[in-house]
Design a protein around this ligand. Sequence first.
Ligand SMILES: Nc1ncnc2c1ncn2[C@@H]1O[C@H](COP(=O)(O)OP(=O)(O)O)[C@@H](O)[C@H]1O
Ligand SMILES: [Mg+2]
Length: 176
Amino acid sequence: MIIFRDVSRVYRMGEEMVRALDHASIHIRQGEFVSIIGPSGSGKSTLMNIMGCLDVADEGQYLLDGQPVEHYSEKELAHIRNRKIGFVFQNFNLIGNMSAEENVELPLIYQGIGVKERRERTKEALEKVKIYERRKHRPGELSGGQQQRVAIARAMASGPSLFLADEPTGGCKIVV
Ligand SMILES: Nc1ncnc2c1ncn2[C@@H]1O[C@H](COP(=O)(O)OP(=O)(O)O)[C@@H](O)[C@H]1O
Ligand SMILES: [Mg+2]
C-alpha cells in the first residue's frame, strides 16, 4: 500500500529552483492498477522515482506498507528495491554488453538465487513478454519496444509486489 501525503520535490540548480512535485497526495491500495498521465515535465518520473525508493521527497510523507520510508533502514530499503519493487525505467537502463538473457538474470544473481531457479525464472519472464527468441541479442541489436520488453522481464523476474513502469506505452503496446 502506498500513501503520499503532500509530497514535494524541489530540484535546485544553482540559483534556480524547480518544483517538480508540489504537495502531491495519492493513495494506492493492494491490487490496484494505476496510470499517471500528464505532459512531459509534469513530474511523473520524479513521483515514480520517489515511489520506487530511488529518490526521497523534500517535504511531505511517503508511507509504504504502513510505514514512513524514513523509518526503514538502508538495508531494508535495499531489500525493498531489490525484491519488492520492479522498476522499468524510461530509458530501460539495460547493460549494453550483456545479452537480453544476461540482463534479466543479473539481479537474480545479486539476490543469491541458485543457477537452476535463475534460469527458469529468466526463461519464464522472457517468454511472458514474447522476447525469448531474441534472448542472445544485446540491447543495441533490439528495437526500442524489444528493449523495453527485456526491461519488463527483468523487473518481473524477481516477483515484485509493486511494479512501476515509467512511460510503459512509449516503446511497445503489449499486455503482460
Ligand atoms: N535531476 C533533476 N535536476 C533538475 N531538474 C530536474 C531533474 N529531474 C527533473 N527535473 C525537472 O523537474 C520537472 C519534472 O520532471 P520529470 O519528473 O522528469 O517529468 P516527467 O517525467 O513528467 O516528464 C521538469 O521541469 C524537469 O526539468
Ligand atoms: Mg518522465
